[in-house]
Design a binder for this molecule. Structure first.
Ligand code: SF4
Length: 413
């Protein structure tokens, strides 16, 4: 069986796809890069925005038009919340909510034990060429209930993997990857759910310390972490061990207005506590890639709320922004909030923040130009090798001069 994989959404989804890809390969399936050569497509879906679900539907329809007898299995978050729309798309064989590789195998008609043995991660390159960066999932789910988010419904409560299992998997992955990105849905809450196996709860900082001790050659990177959940052990590693933990934080802000944060259900920080933690870190880190997610036009957001966000963004040393115009997710509580905004201010506020984000990114890049950086190869295309620095800048070098090492010093251009 030839199988084609496609992933929408976050790094946790990319990790899940890798796990499923490996499960198929282990059962003799051939992984192909071209859907025209596939008997089956596995599409890992995302529900974070209205657009991501629209893109999924378009993509599945396109697969159905292009493949001779191709069938599609849709897995992931949007699949978990499917109201019958996805299953009715052309050529869809099955819809599997979540990311259980056994369930996806069975949906494809392949045998699978009830629960697949560890390790499940992407320990091989899978024929995709150079893979110097890998993903290591440390937990799934989230115990919070942000009113704009349907992820909690799709992925369930916080479930942390045991430290020993993660460390063993990191050792395996280290044979193929110079950088491992710690992924999950809410990684800052790592360990808070674990009481029975561990004598006491292990925090994310303690997990990181164990990983750095076990595989010192690897550069770890945090995927996305709440600013106020960067505790002192994590901060210490960021400051004192930049070769082991990349100087990069993606810290969702969503809004700079406490009123809006309250309506979003984001009770664990305020604009002031977010700012204080980021400023404390930025003062101590000479190099810091800093990103944030922002939502514009949340229900009842006023112009004054938006100005508070703009001012906070101006004040902090962001090096890039991900700006999302608010879109109604029918499964998320925010869909039922009063005072939904018309499209124009949602769009205009997003445009303003994106412009600000681009200006900050350009200024940061200019400030780093000519500096040496710790580079890890992240891909190859068009005769160039893409190298990712510790602070999340991409540098492109001609493939011709590359000696195939996965990690080396580069000059930021
Ligand atoms: S913290 Fe909020 S936005 Fe993030 S996964 Fe949990 S509920 Fe969703």
């Amino acid at each position: 069986m030839n199988v084609y994989f496609h992933t929408f959404g976050c790094k946790a989804n990319q990790y899940d796809t890798e796990v499923v890809r490996q499960a198929f390969a282990d059962r003799g399936a051939v992984v192909v890069d071209d859907p025209a050569r596939a008997d089956l497509a596995v599409v890992n879906s995302c529900t974070v925005t209205h657009t991501s679900e629209a893109k999924l539907r378009t993509f599945v329809r396109r697969l159905a038009r292009g493949g001779q007898g191709l069938e599609t299995v849709v897995m992931g978050c949007a699949a978990a919340l499917d109201d019958g729309t996805i299953v009715a798309l052309p050529s869809v064989r099955a819809v599997v909510g979540g990311a259980d590789p056994g369930a996806v195998l069975r949906a494809a008609g392949l045998p699978a034990e009830a629960s697949l043995p560890f390790p499940l991660s992407a320990t091989r390159s899978g024929g995709q060429g150079v893979r110097s960066r890998g993903w290591l999932k440390i937990q799934d789910g989230c115990d919070e209930h942000c009113t704009f988010c349907a992820t909690t419904i799709a992925r369930g409560a916080n479930r942390s993997r045991p430290v020993a299992e993660i460390v063993a998997e990191a050792r395996l992955l280290a044979a193929h990857h110079a950088e491992l990105v710690l992924t999950g849905v809410h990684i800052g809450t790592y360990g808070r759910d674990r009481t029975s196996h561990d004598t006491r709860r292990t925090t994310l900082g303690e997990l990181l310390e164990a990983l750095v001790r076990a595989v010192p050659a690897v550069r770890f990177r945090l995927s996305s972490i709440e600013a106020t959940e960067v505790d002192d052990p994590i901060a210490r590693l960021l400051i004192e061990a930049p070769r082991h933990l990349a100087a990069h934080l993606h810290a969702p802000l969503q809004s700079g207005s406490d009123r809006v944060l309250h309506r979003m259900g984001r009770h664990w920080y305020t604009a002031a506590t977010y700012r204080k933690r980021i400023e404390w870190l930025a003062e101590r880190l000479p190099i810091l890639g800093l990103g944030a997610d922002l939502i514009t036009g949340f229900p009842a957001e006023t112009e004054a709320d938006h100005r508070a966000t703009v001012e906070l963004v101006r004040a902090l040393p962001f090096t890039y922004l991900h700006v999302f115009p608010f879109s109604v997710r029918p499964d998320a509580p925010a869909a039922r909030l009063r005072d939904q905004l018309p499209p124009a201010p949602i769009r205009d506020r997003a445009a303003e923040l994106r412009e600000l984000g681009e200006a900050k990114a350009t200024a940061y890049r200019a400030a780093r130009r000519g500096a040496r950086a710790d580079g890890v190869v992240s891909g190859r295309q068009g005769g160039k090798v893409e190298v990712l620095t510790e602070d999340y800048l991409s540098v492109y070098l001609p493939t011709a001069g590359w000696d195939l090492r996965p990690r080396f010093e580069v000059t930021v251009d």
